[in-house]
Design a protein around this ligand. Sequence first.
Ligand code: NAD
Ligand code: TYD
Length: 348
Amino acid sequence: MKKKILITGGAGFIGSHLVRLFVNKYPDYDIINLDKLTYAGNLKNITDIENSANYKFVKGDIQDKDFLDSLFKSEKITDVIHLAAESHVDRSISGPMEFIITNIVGTANLLEVARSNWEGEDHTFYHISTDEVYGSLGEEGFFYEDTAYDPRSPYSASKASSDHLVRAYHHTYNFPIKISNCSNNYGSHQFPEKLIPLMINNIRNNKPLPVYGTGENVRDWLWVEDHARAIDVIFHKGKVGETYNIGGWNEWTNIALVKEMCRIMDEKLGRDTGTSEKLITYVTDRAGHDMRYAIDATKIKDELGWVPSLEFEEGLDKTIDWYLNNEDWINNVTSGDYQKYYDEHYSS
Ligand code: NAD
Ligand code: TYD
């Protein structure tokens, strides 16, 4: 049976990298990219593959179950890789309902529609999730695949709920699922509400660099194209019903990372050393701010042979270059509503 893979959220940050990888690497698959094009979805992220013979874009909302059902029937979807979500923790704090409806109900809609349309065993429903479902670590330890869930933000709680639903479909209906939980991604085309692109954009524009709380919170950063490679490996070789953690073995405190970005950008922009660091401004902490995330990615390494391909130093350098060389992209996404979000979020 020819594979017709529905990738949801393929106009977003990670989704656009994944769609590009699959369209270019698998000419024998049909790739259908379903995306609502919220503020975070941008067709400019994937202009290079939009005319490929094995690719089709469909604008639509996973909140609409009837629409999903007719799409499954008309396109004869064989597999799903599900990335569509509301993805920003700060927005989930100021407005949780959209997260609950898209991330939980939207995932339930997809599960139900896939379950009612699929027969036989030659299908995969692969749900893309986050390490934030595991909660917050102290100074020691890692998240493992069997770490108990302890989500703390509306975003992570909505992703945890969707993970539970996906697993429940496997246990209850023997539905063919896979799940992966990944650490913080960085790379090109990331919307500048997230730490790394927000700081790059502000350094470029000589604007204050808002570091939450003490800046000592720790995140484990992974290059987005390595995440896309991991998804490819899990989709093709991962075991049905299993969960895989994906991480970069690359922990940074926020403040150390922001200072490193300042150092690199001073060099690239021809500024005196230390110029950009002066922009750092400590601001009110995020409510319920998780202290530390760190993934143990041994299972995917040992069982599927995946390891990150790029050193962080090189990835960060490439990422900064991409934003500096793509002013049109950044200017386009920071006009209009972004300014309103920024002013509301960072004014206090
Ligand atoms: P993103 O916000 O950049 O993109 C999300 C995409 O989903 C956008 O294109 C948006 O238009 C689309 N979308 C939102 N609501 C929709 C709806 N109701 N129907 C259809 N499409 C809708 O997010 P991202 O950073 O690319 O994350 C993608 C997935 O990976 C999410 O499920 C997220 O939880 C997960 N994840 C992200 C990270 C990270 O560091 N960014 C890490 C681990 C897991
Ligand atoms: P973010 O990129 O929002 O990812 P997540 O919250 O999903 O990990 O934030 C990464 C870290 O950076 C997190 O500890 C919050 C912090 N942060 C700031 O200090 N300032 C900012 O302006 C943003 C957006 C994040």
